[in-house]
Design a protein around this ligand. Sequence first.
Ligand SMILES: [Zn+2]
Ligand SMILES: [Zn+2]
Length: 316
Amino acid sequence: MKIYEDRNKTTRPIQCNYCYNEGHNKRNCPTMKAHWESNKHLDLKTITSDGLIGVDTTMFSKYYQNHFCDETARRQYIQHLSYMTKRFAPKSEANAKKRKKASCGFCGSKTHNRRNCSKLKNFVYVLNETNKVFRSQYYDRFIEGMGLGAGALIEQRMGDRWSDSNETTVSIVSAFPTESIMFTNMLRRWSDYHTTHSITTVPNGVSTRVNATDGFFFDKYIYENGNNHDRNTKLYGRFAYLYSGYGLILKVVSPAPNRPSKEWFMGQSPCFDFIVKKRSMSQILSECYHLIKALYPHNNLRTKLGAKTYDRYYTS
Ligand SMILES: [Zn+2]
Ligand SMILES: [Zn+2]
């Protein structure tokens, strides 16, 4: 996860989660503040994206404007509404006082702190169980099924991602970091919880990175003719995010000779203990709840998250 991989970085160029411009974060985003000022009179309960004033694609840099439309901008606003309300709406005195009392940074309870938080322990369990399902499916499909892995020979498209050239070459996969295969691969790459799974291949002796991330349609590793999202979803289900007409890998010519066993692969455990120390349950859930819902294999999610939290995210 980005938040984990960046834990020791001191000079990380910051990118705003709201306007995607660099050099500030959303806490200090002038665009967000301006958008809030023009729209704060709207009723939070009935607000719709077409009622927004002055929120359009010009909020993004020229580069992103090529990919995004006005609707993307309005969606950003709606998605950040609860954040903006918390940050900019005036707080009552009572609220301000309450906030000073010690409380659990993870679940918000006033009766314990993070260290004794049972919700935190349950949440780590939920993340791990969710991740296991993703990794198991990934393993069956790509490592066992397709033969991907370090040492595999693949047929790879030549030229850059944007070229239409049909020229291909056989190339070796020189690095295939299995520890970064996580359900958070499916998150948009701007998310703090996103993990990039990056494969290294060596077409014609030149080391090349092939990333798999959601977010940009060209940043996917397997070639699939055309970019028909609906068709890809039908064909590949949750793994559709790995396929695109800009993908580089056409097929595995010869499977990885020393693929890890599934047992070993499933034994690799990720850094969830780290993120629950850094972020609150609602921060993590607001970006991951849909993936947890789709993957978590047991029927006790409401018990594990707590009824109040569960209902907030999953019933509306
Ligand atoms: Zn910004
Ligand atoms: Zn707690």
